[in-house]
Design a binder for this molecule. Sequence first.
Ligand SMILES: Nc1ncnc2c1ncn2[C@@H]1O[C@H](COP(=O)(O)OP(=O)(O)OP(=O)(O)O)[C@@H](O)[C@H]1O
Ligand SMILES: Nc1nc2c(ncn2[C@@H]2O[C@H](COP(=O)(O)O)[C@@H](O)[C@H]2O)c(=O)[nH]1
Length: 208
Amino acid sequence: MSRGILFVLSGPSGVGKGTVRSALFERDNHKLIYSISATTRLPRAGEVDGVDYFFKTRDEFEAMINNSEFIEYAEFVGNYYGTPKKYVEDQLAAGQDVILEIEVQGAAQVHKMFTDAVFIFLAPPSLKELRKRLEGRGTEEDDVIAGRLETAIREIILMSEYDYAVINDDVQTAVDKIQTIIQAEHYRVKYIEDSLKNKILLDTLGGN
Ligand SMILES: Nc1ncnc2c1ncn2[C@@H]1O[C@H](COP(=O)(O)OP(=O)(O)OP(=O)(O)O)[C@@H](O)[C@H]1O
Ligand SMILES: Nc1nc2c(ncn2[C@@H]2O[C@H](COP(=O)(O)O)[C@@H](O)[C@H]2O)c(=O)[nH]1
């Protein structure tokens, strides 16, 4: 069985990564597995431990860092965020595609470790629209929104390091594009089974 493909969806806070991922999963019949991150951020209203995030204290998170339990982790506007290693590695080994929804420092760490991973940058149509989305979500105080917008400028500059860039103007259009990327990645020559290559060659030589 061939390994699954690791997809990394990154982009500034508030661009719509979670919204686009949920819409993608509604269409995808869960062929793609979402990796739930750990964070020291406090849960927002309605967020559930083990569904949205694994919510940790700073001490718990730092113990996980010391035990090498993360593929990557980063500090983002005052909180830790990280991707638990075991779940992702188990799913990939079982042939499942996995998607990470993470900020850019973490994506850069994944890039070093997983050379076959596919990196998609979700971009806002403009910084003005990004601010509108962050304010409209209403989950952060003004000072945190300001910190996230300041970070967004540095993140958008890094877009050129990614394999693909998708502008999230309209959610369904962004999902169409990401679905196309996922499908295309499966047609890479390196994923064609040797048995299929042999069959093509043998059929040709047999003259049938
Ligand atoms: N294409 C879009 N057009 C208009 N609003 C959008 C669009 N996509 C997402 N939104 C809205 O923008 C806000 C932020 O979206 P979302 O929470 O999915 O962003 P995010 O990138 O996952 O944020 P974070 O990184 O902070 O978790 C939400 O209120 C969402 O409804
Ligand atoms: N490097 C990582 N970044 C992560 C991870 N999980 C989420 N994130 C990103 O953090 C910011 C803030 O998230 P929020 O839920 O507080 O709005 C956002 O860009 C997320 O994508 C992770 O495991 N590693």
